[in-house]
Design a protein around this ligand. Structure first.
Ligand code: FES
Ligand code: FES
Length: 133
């Protein structure tokens, strides 16, 4: 089987799909490798992520990794969410085929873009870790 059970589960039943009205941070990124797009919405109270939603115009691996990434950052402090790497998300899904790893980058970058937006809206300096390559 090319994809793990967890990947298939998150692809078929993605968690936290949608939008958040009055989000505290919104990030949209595109994958230069394939043209796929992801938008991430964060609700943040007192530095804690209390809600996350995403929308992906993209492949199954992008959907599965975003879904898993939203679960991993839900309830976390923004500083912790910033540490989330695409490799950690892929690992939480029991791996992705090598040529699909680039899809997982979209989730990490969308979270960082949404966090950068949050810091900017708060009038705070954007941490180095938010900056996209
Ligand atoms: Fe997005 Fe394959 S490039 S579905
Ligand atoms: Fe485009 Fe997966 S093929 S994100």
């Amino acid at each position: 089987m090319l994809y793990s059970e967890k990947v298939m589960d998150h692809f078929e039943h993605p968690r936290n799909v949608g939008e958040i009205e009055n989000a505290d941070g919104v990030g949209q990124v595109g994958n230069p490798k394939c043209g796929d797009i992801m938008k991430m919405y964060l609700k943040i109270d007192d530095g804690v992520i209390t809600d996350v939603k995403f929308k992906t115009f993209g492949c199954g691996s992008a959907i599965a990794t975003s879904s898993m990434a939203t679960e991993l950052i839900m309830g976390k402090r923004v500083e912790e969410a910033l540490q989330l790497t695409n490799a950690a998300v892929a690992e939480a899904l029991d791996g992705l085929p090598g040529y699909k790893m680039h899809c997982s980058v979209l989730a990490e970058e969308a979270i960082k873009a949404a966090l950068a937006d949050y810091y900017q809206r708060q009038g705070l300096p954007v941490p180095e870790a938010c900056k996209l390559p």
